[in-house]
Design a protein around this ligand. Structure first.
Ligand code: 3PY
Ligand code: MG
Length: 260
């Protein structure tokens, strides 16, 4: 056969970078479109997260997005709606190579999140192959033990209080700050340099460094990504397909000399 061939991977480039202390930058997909996912992947992001928590994406479309992300050369990830055994199992079976898991507030919740991603005897995930198993240059079951990029979301006051212990849980690759939910949980709209909200995020960074895990954050611009990398954050989400589309459309719309 003279096909164009498939790329197999021995490790996960996202976990590789994070464990070696490097930054890994990606973006969020909320437009529920495999064509947009492919176009975004071709930009050069390390990873793309299909947002299953806060977008109306359906399960079948999520799978097509994973395929398109892989085709465009990025690592397919998803933010599951919750730390839920069934959601996590189905999303990994569908081809996610990493997960962002919302609202992890305690060691017990972090341990259960990791157990949801692992096969027995280390976890409770059930086995019936996975869509991506043929792309892995190893036995998929063994591969998942070390290579899934498992990011737990630190986005409440309670999570920040327990952050060092949460991030210490074996199998957690890093903590990902949700700045909006964190602000809600703190009962504040006051964010930015010098605020308690910023101090809480820097506490997550401090704890991550102490226990040798990656700290990450949802960022609103490329400039913020650069600033957070300088601070020591590693797993940076740079806005979303929807935000980019809307910003570019507004800019061009504003540039038109409207006559009315
Ligand atoms: C938040 O800001 O709460 C998020 O979950 C960002 O993705
Ligand atoms: Mg959130």
């Amino acid at each position: 056969m003279n096909g164009i061939g498939i790329t197999k991977f021995a490790t996960n480039p996202v976990t590789d970078k994070l464990r070696s202390g490097q930054p890994s930058v990606g973006s969020w997909l909320s437009l529920c479109s495999p064509v947009v996912a492919e176009s975004m992947a071709l930009v050069g992001w390390d990873w793309l997260v299909v947002d299953v928590e806060h977008s109306p994406v359906g399960f079948d479309t999520m799978v097509q997005c994973f395929r398109a992300i892989q085709l465009g050369g990025a690592v397919p990830m998803a933010r599951v709606p919750w730390n839920d055994t069934i959601w996590i199992q189905r999303t990994l079976d569908a081809g996610a190579l990493g997960l962002v898991i919302p609202m992890i507030n305690s060691v017990e919740e972090a341990e259960s999140a990791v157990a949801n991603t692992r096969y027995a005897t280390h976890g409770i995930r059930s086995w019936a192959s996975s869509r991506v198993a043929p792309y892995i240059d190893d036995d998929y079951q063994t591969w998942t033990e070390d290579n899934l990029a498992i990011m737990v979301m630190i986005e409440t006051v309670e999570a920040v209080e327990h952050v060092e212990a949460i991030l210490s849980v074996e199998g957690v690759v890093g903590g990902f700050i949700g700045p909006a939910d964190l602000a809600l949980s703190m009962g504040t709209k006051d964010t930015g340099p010098g605020t308690e909200h910023e101090a809480a995020m820097l506490e997550v960074l401090r704890a991550a460094k102490k226990v040798g895990k990656a700290a990450g954050k949802y960022c609103f611009s490329g400039a913020e990504v650069s600033m957070r990398i300088r601070q020591g954050f590693q797993f940076l989400g740079c806005a979303s397909d929807g935000a980019f589309l809307s910003a570019a459309a507004r800019e061009e719309y504003a540039a038109i000399e409207h006559t009315e």
